[in-house]
Ligand binder design. Sequence first.
Ligand SMILES: [Cu+2]
Length: 497
Amino acid sequence: MPNLKVPRWFVCFLLLLSALPASAHVGSPDVYAEGDAGPYKLFVVIRPPLVIPGVAEIEVRSSTPGVDNITITPMLLTGDASRHPPVPDNMTKPSNDAQFFTGHLWIMATGSWQVRFVATGSKGEGVISIPVPATAIGTRKMQSGMGFMLAVLGVILLLGMVGIIGAAARDAQIPPGKTAPPANRRRAFVAMTVAFVILVVGVILGNKWWNAEATDYSSYIYKPLQMNATVQPGNILDLKMVDPGWLRARKLDDFVLDHNHIMHLYAIRWPAMDVVFHLHPDQVGSGDFHLTLPEMPAGTYRLYADVVHANGFPETLVTTITLPFTHGRELIGDDAEGTAPVVTSTGRGTQTNTSDKLPDGYTMVWKRPATLTAKAPEDFTFTLLDANGQPAKDMGLYMGMVGHAAFVKTDGTVFAHIHPSGTVAMAALMMAQAQNGTSGNSMNDMPGMGMSGNASQPVPSTVSFPYGFPTPGNYRIFVQMKHANTVETGTFDAEVQ
Ligand SMILES: [Cu+2]
């Protein structure tokens, strides 16, 4: 793809209209993922473009030595196009760091994409595919200085054209050295006036055309699905999705299971962020979900609902609801609840801790880096200790994984639900790996996955989440790990530079 001349965006767009679009998480578009490409463990960062078509920037670090070369190939995640990949591109090594690779790829259309990485080196070859939801999330504005300069140049160009036409009408048929007779001067004046009027009309029409194109493009900018929450008799939370109108291909009834559930709902008491629930509503109709509420303290809750479309595209729907104290049911199954100190009015957390004491005597510990920087890829590593301060030995998988984490900015602009494999939706990741044609089941290589079918392997008491904060500011991190039948929710606050 990178070697192709960029075709017009709308041609591509029409060709690929069948691709369903959406956007993962809220305010956190970059993809962070960790997994094994055969013998090599790779940490992948994909920064999708702001506009489509656009260039996705890609970084890979191998924690296994011996990688000589990595190729990257962009493909749609599902459908015919996913079976006909273009020619792969080589990544380059920008520094002396032998295990750090960078590259970029053109993403030509809105849709559910994947990037296939093939690593070769001393241990042979390995493949891993990482899903990338690509949508236009904005339009680039022209800088005012550049606009002014172009306007001046445009005026000079227009007046120059008028001058040339005038000179041609006046002097073209006069021998060199002779002055033009008055008739020619009159003709030149008329020609210049006509040329000026035509050019000005041309500029006006051009501006109209440009605005029409811009309006057209803005209709492709991602508009998230909306959600309305109400409480119905019997403490039933009803979540109704509303399509604000965007791409006609988007459906409200094509959601697939993502780590055992059709929807993952985080309810966070707002703005204190002192109570968090991780719940799983059931689909009762097209774009309609029900949840029998558990016992919940009164307050306003921000609801973040994660769903994944059939083509692997994740969406996070956001709404708020104010509840009185709810005499609801007990927590069951994969339900989880956590409490934490109130976030201060400045949005700064009070949990600038490295360990969080949990209600049952267990403790969750964060290997907190000295500084946290926006956009920097990082492994967020947490360990669960038992009441004696020893690594917990009764660990279990929570919804098939060693841990789940939600990174939430205290101003509400960022919400990201992360797993040990990274920011990508598990359902999409599985679709991508299934196409790689590797001998084994690559999912077994994803950290935290693959152990569900292997009872002989104990679940570790430490979990790592590859992620990078999208913007500076204050964040609260809710980390969930399971031991015996208890789902623990640890809370940590982060100030990001
Ligand atoms: Cu999860």
